[in-house]
Design a binder for this molecule. Structure first.
Ligand SMILES: O=P(O)(O)O[C@H]1O[C@H](CO)[C@@H](O)[C@H]1O
Ligand SMILES: O=c1cc[nH]c(=O)[nH]1
Length: 249
């Protein structure tokens, strides 16, 4: 059956799925695949399926925020997907995180709305341990510097007290801020699938939000280099999992 938003069926989707927010990033992942075809592109959801070193992999854009992310997640699960790695951009909440640095979340503060519609806030949003360990080990092998720890996911970009909130989370040792990871981790746990996240920092702590994101999107810069790294890291981590399937899963 064709899913109503992502326009995919069970025959179109691999077990391993990479989830960027931005549909344009889907094509930047495609550049690393041996063979790929576009399955569907409706609203914010663009899906391609291809092969990386012979491993079947699907890439679906989630759009912005938990609400659209969990629509993509639920429909991908209905098509047979089991392992998910988000590749997103984020804003730093820790001073020492530079533009283009990678963040590998172990958990996320649930400041979003979508995950609360599923289950109360005392339920944790935690990364899949095995998948996240594979990402960390692969990141070390690739010699990409990274930060690992708890991040915060939110739902509203332009709130009046944004800077105060960022200072609050900074004092709690939160690393970065995005808009999808908490919902992805929470609903993956509820559905019994495996999810991890890799974030590329595009805004310095207390930096100029609008200008930094504009620069990331519109120019080739250090943030784009971080994006390349998160794409390679996600593909290589899945490949490692794929090769070891049956041993560690
Ligand atoms: O670059 P993506 O993956 O969309 O992630 C981040 O960028 C968007 C905001 O600019 C939000 O979706 C946020 O989580
Ligand atoms: O500051 C930022 C940058 C990207 N995404 C966010 O959620 N916040």
């Amino acid at each position: 059956m064709k899913q109503p938003h992502i326009l995919c069926t069970e025959n179109d989707v691999a077990e391993y799925v990479i989830l960027p927010g931005d549909p344009e990033r889907v094509l930047r992942v495609a550049a690393y695949l041996d063979k790929w075809r576009e399955i569907g592109y409706s609203r914010e959801f663009r899906t391609i399926t291809g092969k990386y070193k012979g491993m079947p992999v699907t890439v679906t854009s989630t759009g912005i925020g938990g609400a659209s992310t969990v629509i993509a997640l639920e429909e991908l699960i209905a098509c047979g997907a089991k392992y998910f790695i988000r590749i997103g951009s984020a804003g730093a909440v820790k001073e020492s995180i530079e533009i283009g640095d990678l963040i590998i979340p172990t958990a996320a503060v649930r400041e979003d709305g979508a995950s609360k519609m599923y289950i109360s806030e005392n339920f944790p949003a935690v990364a899949d341990l095995e998948l996240t360990n594979t990402i960390i080990n692969t990141c070390r092998k690739l010699k990409y510097p990274y930060f690992s720890g708890i991040i915060r996911s939110h739902d509203a970009f332009y709130i009046d007290d944004e800077q105060d909130r960022m200072r609050f989370w900074n004092k709690k040792n939160i690393l970065a801020s995005d808009m999808e990871t908490a919902a992805l981790f929470t609903i993956s746990q509820l559905r019994g699938v495996h999810a991890a996240s890799i974030l590329n920092n595009v805004v310095k702590f207390q930096g100029a939000l609008k200008e930094s994101i504009e620069e990331y999107v519109e120019t080739d810069n250090i943030a784009k280099e971080g994006e390349k790294r998160e794409i390679i890291l996600a593909l290589e981590s899945f490949y490692r999992f794929y090769k070891e399937q049956g041993k560690c899963l």
